[in-house]
Design a protein around this ligand. Structure first.
Ligand code: ZN
Length: 341
């Protein structure tokens, strides 16, 4: 009887248990189990699994498209956002800046692009390639031509790497992309937008101090004008301008902004804003001192640009100190978050 049981169990073991041990169980895979990196959305919003996930340098994956207006030719080109950003970052920031500064620039430029796309200035385009209007852009051909030949490949690859490392990341305030202004050198302190363009302020754009700005060529500059040069420049806008150069009070700064920039300045019978003076005399910023001596009017200028938002040289200094791109962004923009599009 015992033998019968042993034969029975051996039979059960051989026929059922053993095959089960060597057979893989079938587990249905749900779509949610695919990781985010493996999934991308193509132009038709179809989700597909990335089958190109091989090691080595990957080309920039397709992302959302934007309409770019080339100001000179008035041609509107549809471009891939991430690809477009390589052209912007390489036009806006020197390639020899630290990687974390370039990454911060990529995030800020992406944010600015999305903001502009949501608040269109141009009828048929999201953004244009003019830095005075929207955001600088340079063709790869022109960009490479301006770099030393030995650095062309490595510079472009560095820019691509920094853009890709921040792929899809933008700066938000209350879940909305911010108006991410940036400039070259703050002169030590940034400015609020109302002092530059009037209108309203943005809660995330505050006056922020940045160390290390003086270490860059953009920090200090001078403009010297003879009395008649100064008068001629002013006459273009104020035909009745009269200045008594023997009176020390005839050229005088009357008011400063909280960041220490010139708010109002007197030229004889007229009062001008600092911003207006910057344009008229071609000053690098509104952070200046003025002195009239021996027939020469001397403007000593600190910083370069409007001074609102992120300072690029400030970002580079922070990166050199070991700060990462997110820390840099949080320094220049108050109470913001960094999210993916
Ligand atoms: Zn524009």
């Amino acid at each position: 009887m015992k033998k019968v049981f042993i034969y029975f169990f051996a039979f059960v073991f051989l026929c059922f248990i053993l095959p089960a041990l060597f057979t893989k169980r079938y587990v249905p895979v749900s779509v949610n189990q695919i990781t985010v990196e493996e999934v991308k959305v193509d132009d038709n919003n179809e989700v597909k699994v990335d089958d190109n996930n091989i090691e080595g340098s990957k080309p920039i994956e397709a992302s959302r498209k934007i309409k770019l207006l080339h100001k000179e030719t008035q041609e509107v080109e549809e471009v891939d956002l991430e690809e477009y950003l390589c052209h912007v970052v390489s036009a806006e920031m020197p390639a020899d800046y630290e990687e974390e500064a370039l990454k911060a620039q990529a995030i800020v430029a992406r944010t600015y692009t999305i903001y502009k796309s949501n608040n269109r200035k141009h009828e048929n385009a999201d953004i244009c390639d003019d830095s005075a209007c929207c955001q600088a852009w340079i063709s790869k051909e022109n960009r490479l031509a301006r770099w030393e030949e030995s650095k062309r490949q490595t510079n472009w690859e560095k820019i691509e790497k920094c853009v890709q490392a921040t792929r899809g990341k933008i700066v938000t305030y209350q879940n909305q992309p911010i108006n991410a202004f940036f400039h070259s050198n703050s002169g030590g302190t940034t400015e609020i937008p109302v002092n530059v363009w009037g209108g309203t302020n943005f809660p995330y754009l505050q006056v922020v101090e940045t160390a290390g700005e003086e270490g860059y060529a953009q920090y200090s500059s001078e403009v010297n004008l003879t009395q008649s040069e100064l008068l001629n420049k002013l006459k273009e806008k104020y035909s009745d301008i009269q200045i008594n150069f023997t009176n020390a009070d005839d050229i005088k700064i009357l008011e400063y902004t909280d960041s220490g920039r010139v708010k109002t300045i007197k030229f004889g019978n007229h009062q001008l804003s600092g911003v207006e003076s910057r344009t008229i005399f071609g000053l690098r910023s509104t952070n200046f001192e003025v002195k009239s001596e021996n027939g020469i009017i001397n403007f000593k200028v600190k910083g370069y640009g409007h001074g609102v938002g992120m300072s690029q040289t400030g970002a580079n200094t922070m990166a050199k100190e070991g700060k990462n791109c997110e820390e840099i962004i949080h320094h220049f923009y108050a109470n913001v978050e960094i999210n993916s599009i």
